[in-house]
Write a protein that binds this ligand. Structure first.
Ligand SMILES: CC(C)(COP(=O)(O)OP(=O)(O)OC[C@H]1O[C@@H](n2cnc3c(N)ncnc32)[C@H](O)[C@@H]1OP(=O)(O)O)[C@@H](O)C(=O)NCCC(=O)NCCSC(=O)C[C@H](O)C(=O)O
Ligand SMILES: [Mg+2]
Length: 292
């Protein structure tokens, strides 16, 4: 089982040369070089040029490199997509995706531009319409031309469009978050949680990371380097979880259990589905350990 850890994925404004450089030294699993909301309109063209040069120059090591372009209905989108397609990023993040048709159109454009197949498409889910269309959007992952591999929650835009409050525990948003995760799992897509804006509130941030883990998110998007370490910790399996996972796998590998669907270990019922989950836990832990 090959797994790429995406515990922590840090946004940075594409117009901020210092942040782009610093990103190469930070322990984030991925970095999103942003051309959208963190870049002012009169800085868009300069940021696009700077981001493409930065990605082409490389130096990001094992970190996944993602370029967030402007949305399809903006005057910058076409030039952003053309530039991002040629930059050699691991993924292009499309904000404000509302329908499957948008991803089909982008997939066709990337094909026309002979974009390397290694460049995937990530979609931001951040509007009420996207939530209601989520199953058909997620189904695009079955079409290789669309390249869809990851959803990113845009919880600030979701709050803006719905008027839901960003409160501790996120009760108003839970139905949307869990709907997106369910649709993603149906079609084998990864899901990253939205950002936590209150940079001074370490406790609140840790609680939201833990909630993301419990909901089944694969990781979280971040806005500041200080958020990386606590996020990596939250989204890494603990030593006890890995030990328990190895125990479950070993139990089902025993010859006497080969034909059993369920066994008892340390007083707990363990089914084959638990061993399957355990294999994923071990694969993630090993992929994290391989990062050093
Ligand atoms: C929020 C910030 C503007 C704060 O910046 P600053 O005041 O410079 O912070 P610090 O002085 O504490 O910075 C310390 C050093 O760390 C570097 N730094 C800061 N942030 C980043 C970053 N994101 N990536 C890389 N490096 C960063 C500083 O350069 C300092 O370095 P040094 O000079 O060596 O000391 C800033 O953190 C920031 O701009 N964050 C990202 C904001 C962003 O990208 N927002 C858009 C994405 S979020 C979004 O759109 C959500 C979604 O769409 C939705 O709808 O929810
Ligand atoms: Mg947004």
């Amino acid at each position: 089982m090959t797994i790429r850890p995406r515990r922590s994925v840090l946004y940075m404004p594409g117009s901020n040369a210092r942040a782009l450089e610093k990103a190469k030294t930070l322990p984030a699993d991925g970095v999103i070089l942003d051309l959208e909301d963190s870049v002012a309109p009169d800085a868009k063209e300069g940021a696009r040029k700077q981001v493409v040069e930065t990605v082409k120059a490389g130096g990001f090591g094992a970190r996944e490199v993602i370029i967030r372009v402007n949305a399809v209905d903006t005057p910058w989108h076409a030039d952003d997509l053309t530039a991002a397609a040629q930059a050699g990023a691991d993924a292009i993040l499309i904000p404000k995706v509302q329908s499957a048709e948008t991803l089909e159109m982008i997939g066709r454009r990337l094909l026309d531009m002979h974009t390397p197949v290694k460049t995937r498409v990530w979609a931001m889910i951040e509007s009420p319409l996207a939530i209601f269309n989520i199953l058909s959007i997620a189904a695009e992952a079955r079409d290789s031309e669309a390249r869809l591999s990851c959803f990113v929650l845009g919880t600030n835009d979701l709050a803006k469009d719905t008027r839901a409050r960003l409160v501790p525990g996120r009760a108003p948003m839970l139905p949307w978050l869990t709907t997106v995760i369910a649709a993603a799992r149906i079609h084998g897509i990864e899901v990253l949680d939205g950002v936590y804006n209150d940079l001074g509130n370490a406790e609140g941030f840790a609680a939201e990371c833990q909630q993301g883990v419990e909901l089944g998110m694969d990781g979280k998007t971040l806005i500041h380097p200080n958020q990386i370490e606590p996020c990596n910790t939250a989204f890494s399996p603990t030593a006890a979880e890995v030990e328990w996972a190895r125990k479950m796998i070993a139990a089902f590998d025993l010859p006497e259990n080969k034909s059993k669907g369920v066994v008892s270990i340390d007083g707990r019922m363990v089914e084959r589905l638990h061993a399957e989950m355990a294999r994923r836990t071990v694969a993630i832990a090993e992929a994290i350990a391989a990062r050093g």
